[in-house]
Design a protein around this ligand. Structure first.
Ligand code: DAH
Length: 345
């Protein structure tokens, strides 16, 4: 009798299940408490014949152990189920994602754009693949200007006929000037960031592609003073209010007069250091008054309108801000480099 009952209970206990702690407690009361089923067996145990006692006793112990183990097991599984249910968010991606960082060139480009937009410039973009007409001819480059040489410019030559030879990768963002003036009459106040290409051997200091930003302002009575004040404000916004600028005479085919702008070295404050080659100044852009030939070539009356243009290298400014020693780092996509830049921009 008692053995049957024990066997019944063994299979019953073996199959116990519970959804929560409360149910487990109910099971404990039912089987293991003083008034529980297993304790109740003890009353019958007293009636067991002496020679059977040992075997039945072992069976009861086995049952008790099983019940205890089972309840422990249920406790553990209910606990983890509860925990995992609380943590379970089906909208989450299945692995932790590190927040990305913006590329340093993007950060600096966005800062430059932000400053110039606040000064009234609107944003535009031109083609990276363009033709000789817009990259050089309309910008007053003489037919034999060295920039047209294949050593500087990438020509796209799928067919050696005249038309396809004329397709090139732009070597500066100034092509945006001719594209914009061609389709829009003044007032024009625009900035054009973008990628440019030059046939250069890749090294720490040069790359076959890099980034520029072109600025163009055409209206009535635009003077060099306007240009200078805009550039001074720009430099102070970008590098800090104590920044000084200086304009050195220079030459570009599409501007007359032309200048290059230096800023006071913001590392040594103008005193002279290794970074500015002990001059106290670092060059950041080229600029000038748009050559009347360029205005005319693009369909703008140079007797009515005048304007200024400027062009800067985004890598150059990024280097000044972050002291990146090797230009190649910008295009290698090494996350150890890229993760060092974090920005709200
Ligand atoms: N296009 C020139 C370059 O790539 C930079 C430049 C100089 C742009 C003077 C301008 C400018 O708009 O006025 O070196």
């Amino acid at each position: 009798m008692i053995l049957e009952r024990i066997n019944e209970l063994l299979s019953e206990v073996g199959q116990l299940s519970a959804k929560n702690a409360e149910e487990i407690e109910q099971l404990r009361l039912k089987y293991l408490s003083k008034k529980g089923e297993i304790t109740a067996l003890m009353a019958d145990f007293r009636l067991v014949a002496a020679d059977q006692k040992k075997a039945v006793g072992m069976k009861i112990n086995e049952l008790k152990q099983l019940a205890q183990d089972k309840l422990e097991e249920l406790k553990a599984s209910v606990g983890t189920e509860k925990q995992s249910r609380e943590l379970l968010d089906l909208t989450r991606t299945p692995y932790p994602i590190r927040l990305g960082t913006r590329h340093p060139l993007t950060i600096v480009r966005n800062q430059i754009i932000d400053i110039l937009q606040r000064m009234g410039f609107t944003l535009a973009e031109g083609p990276e693949i363009d033709d000789d007409l817009h990259v050089f001819t309309k910008l007053n480059f003489a037919p034999d200007h060295p920039a047209r040489d294949m050593q500087d410019t990438f020509f796209i030559e799928t067919n050696p006929d005249e038309v396809t030879k004329n397709v090139i990768l732009r070597s500066h963002t100034s092509n945006d000037q001719s594209r914009i003036m061609e389709r829009q009459q003044p007032p024009i106040r625009v900035i054009c960031p973008g990628r440019v290409y030059r046939n250069e051997a890749i090294s720490a200091r040069a790359h076959c592609f890099f980034h520029q930003l072109e600025g163009l302002y055409i209206d009535k009575n635009v003077s060099f003073t306007d240009l200078k004040q805009v550039l001074l404000t720009f430099a102070r916004e970008l590098f800090g209010p104590d920044t000084k600028i200086r304009l050195r005479p220079s030459y570009f085919p599409f501007t007359e007069p032309s200048a290059e702008m230096d800023i006071s070295c913001h590392i040594c404050g103008g005193k002279g250091c290794g970074f500015c080659k002990h001059t106290g100044w670092v060059e950041i852009l080229g600029c000038g008054m748009v050559d009347p030939n360029v205005l005319e070539a693009c369909g703008i009356d140079s007797s009515v309108y005048s304007g200024y243009a400027f062009g800067l290298g985004i890598e150059r400014i990024t280097n000044l801000k972050y002291h990146v020693a090797d230009l190649r780092l910008f295009s290698e996509n090494d996350v150890r480099f890229l993760r060092q830049f974090e920005s709200a921009y």
